[in-house]
Design a protein around this ligand. Structure first.
Ligand code: NAD
Ligand code: MG
Length: 405
């Protein structure tokens, strides 16, 4: 069948991209560009695109791709964006109120690609009003898992995972046979320090930590990949998105980053998802779901690989993975605290105020300082999440200051 006819309902989707200037956001706009050049200029009309501070890129993308609105979340930069987009007919919104307004506007598909808990409220708002949410921002589901699960059940909204391993799982999981799912294994590349000793990691710099061997990503997730906290957050993300118990979720290190997820079924079958390590594949899958369309992503060339290897993660050298696993087991408030403490510690590391090994230490100390909350209930409302997130951030900053002293 003609692709344009087959894809017509998908191409008509109105799209909002939160965090359009970031690594995932920019890749999303590239997928939109390819769709427009291949299937017609009408493909994926944009409702809104948003950026925090990179206004140069926001303005350039807005002029080219003509969204109805843009949001700049740093209010100090509103005037610059407004004057540069004068006479274009593009509306300019600012601050976190602008983000919430953009989330309320009638986009069929919302790409959630802001980094960190800053993406929480707008992503939830979009889901609650019944949008399809393509979810890259894992921190917001880790911080507010119960709330996201409830919102997905109660609204007509749909969450489509964009994180590559979860997008792979989403493609592999047969939800009608959920009784027969034995194990979902997420792969980890192992990050830039996979073969480093603890002594060497102690003096690792931000530049070394963000130099990921396979993926090109924003600074925060790159550091998370170096500590393996990223894979820990992803275990929690998988638990929330797929409703699987912790003992059915596993991690294996696969340095070639070609296999993204393995799903084992009760009859002994194991299904694997493979693709080049390029976010444009899961992004295109999410934008077109349940159909499939062309993506400008790299293709796998099997002749390039001499071998595929799989190994157990080393939790002695990568304690963050174990901390996250413990929080997954504990449930309740623990994942919210874990995420907030990690965001603070990564920020401090990137600002050279904390050593690399101090990241896991800060998270561990914050969790134990707030242990009464750790054993408590999961925060029930968005306000409860934000209050706990704030308390954990304050405590984590104190721990970082002590570590630096
Ligand atoms: P990035 O740092 O490259 O981009 C972040 C985007 O969020 C930018 O557009 C920035 O302007 C915006 N932003 C930053 N702080 C903000 C704030 N306080 N308020 C509003 N907007 C803000 O990050 P990224 O690598 O694109 O990652 C985005 C999300 O996707 C993260 O949650 C990450 O874990 C997840 N993710 C990324 C990848 C990847 O390959 N990069 C893969 C899987 C999942
Ligand atoms: Mg991932």
């Amino acid at each position: 069948m003609d692709a344009n006819i087959e894809l017509a309902p998908v191409l008509a989707r109105r799209v909002t991209v939160f965090g359009s200037t970031g690594s995932v956001g920019a890749a999303t706009l590239d997928v939109v560009r390819l769709a427009r050049s291949r299937y017609g200029a009408h493909a994926f009309p944009l409702e809104a695109i948003t950026a925090h501070r990179n206004v140069e890129r926001l303005i350039r993308d807005a002029r080219e791709l003509k969204p109805k609105a843009v949001v700049v979340t740093d209010p100090a930069l509103y005037g610059e964006v407004k004057s540069n987009l004068a006479h274009t007919g593009i509306e300019v919104l600012a601050g976190s109120a602008g983000l919430l307004e953009a989330a309320s506007r009638p986009a069929d598909m919302v790409m959630s690609a802001i980094v960190g808990a800053a993406g929480l409220a707008p992503t939830l708002r979009a889901l609650e009003r019944g949008a399809m949410v393509a979810l890259a921002n894992k921190e917001c589901v880790v911080a507010a898992g119960a709330i996201f699960r409830r919102a997905a059940q109660e609204s007509r909204g749909v969450l489509i995972p964009v994180d590559s391993e979860h997008n792979a799982a989403f493609q592999l999981l047969d939800f009608e046979q959920s009784h027969a799912i034995e194990k979902v294994t997420l792969t980890a590349s192992g990050g830039p320090f996979r073969a480093w000793s603890l002594e060497r990691m102690a003096s690792a710099t931000p530049e070394q930590a963000v130099a990921h061997p396979n993926w090109s990503m924003g600074a925060k997730i790159s550091v998370d990949s170096a500590t393996l906290m990223n894979k820990g957050l992803e275990l929690i993300e998988a638990h929330i998105l797929f409703g699987l118990p912790p003992d059915k979720l596993d991690v294996v290190v696969h340095p070639q980053s070609a296999v993204h997820c393995l799903v084992a079924y009760a009859d002994g079958s194991v299904l694997a998802h493979l693709s080049a390590p390029d976010m444009k594949t899961p992004i295109a899958h999410a934008l077109a779901w349940p159909k499939r369309m062309m993506s400008p992503s790299r293709r796998l060339d099997f002749t390039e690989f001499s071998q595929f290897t799989f190994e157990k993660p080393d939790i002695q050298r990568f304690p963050s993975l174990q901390l996250a696993r413990a929080c997954l087991q504990a449930g309740g408030a623990a994942p919210t605290i874990l995420n907030a403490a990690n965001e603070v510690a990564v920020e401090q590391f990137l600002g050279r105020r904390l050593g690399f090994l101090g990241i896991a230490q800060t998270v561990e100390r914050t969790l134990s300082a707030l242990s009464r909350e750790v054993n408590g209930e999961a925060p029930a409302t968005l306000d409860d999440v934000l209050a706990l997130d704030g308390a954990a951030r304050r405590r984590a900053r104190e721990e970082c200051a002590l570590a630096a002293a």
